[in-house]
Write a new protein. Structure first.
Length: 254
């Protein structure tokens, strides 16, 4: 299916690793121009192979975000799409205190707002699309992750708020709710367990469709669709490409 993304400019925050890298790869396959925005440069060989551009920015720094958008405009012109993806579950729970909580929101939430604040006029003018990458923890809770859950829940609320704001301009805002996806960060978390293989088997047993992890590619395919005009009447939606993990009875997988 042609997603009609040829030559459209999409900014992907955290687009050089994990789910973000998968999104960058699929968008490039579809002919989109992609700018990866992150604090660290991706692998040089990977970047050359994908043909994406890279702009370095500490996303928790407002001034750095402003400078990055200026660079993007200077190099490429008008932005069509934004994928707000960067962030990580940093385990800031109730025990860490308000300073750590606020710092975590800077890392996981505020830049979602900041990037769209800076690119809103571009996306309105292009009748473009925004995809916010959120997490199942926004809807289920997890324990010990107050700040991350607050950020992810806020992203879902903002998806619908921004969808309303963009309605008069024909631009769309949707979210993908990620559940169990194997990424380098997820692998590092598993490796903190006393028996990582057993823990992984326990997790996948509870994923109803196929008893397997969702792949980064599956998230990326969903994201590319949402960015495209093939999803032209979808806005304010929370999509769950998770093998039924969140919504189906876990007894089905046993």
């Amino acid at each position: 299916m042609d997603l009609h993304l040829q030559d459209k400019l999409v900014v992907v925050t955290g687009g050089g690793s994990g789910i973000g890298a998968g999104i960058t790869e699929v968008l490039r396959e579809e002919g989109a121009r992609v700018v990866v925005l992150a604090r660290r440069a991706p692998d040089a060989d990977w970047l050359a192979k994908t043909g994406a551009d890279f702009v370095q920015a500490e996303l928790s720094d407002d001034a750095a975000c402003i400078a990055a958008v200026q660079t993007i405009h200077a190099r490429h012109g008008q932005v069509y799409g934004l994928v707000n993806n960067a962030g990580a579950n940093d385990g800031v729970g109730l025990d860490k205190g308000p300073a750590a909580f606020r710092a975590s929101l800077d890392q996981n939430l505020i830049h979602y707002y900041m990037m769209l604040h800076l690119l809103a006029e571009d996306i309105k003018a292009a009748k473009g699309s925004v995809v916010n990458i959120s997490s199942k923890t926004a809807l289920t809770g997890q324990g010990g992750t107050s700040a991350y859950v607050a950020a992810k829940a806020a992203q879902l609320g903002l998806t619908r708020e921004w969808a309303v704001e963009f309605l008069p301009h024909g631009a769309r805002v949707n979210a993908i709710v990620v559940a169990e996806v194997m990424t380098p960060l997820y692998r590092r978390w598993l490796d903190t367990m006393s028996d990582p293989d057993s823990r992984l088997a326990e997790i996948t047993r509870n994923i109803p469709l196929g008893q397997r992890m969702t792949t980064a590619r599956e998230i990326a395919d969903c994201c590319a669709f949402l960015l495209s005009d093939r999803a032209s009447h979808m806005t304010g939606q929370w999509l769950h490409p998770d093998g039924g993990y969140l919504h189906l009875d876990r007894a089905l997988s046993r």
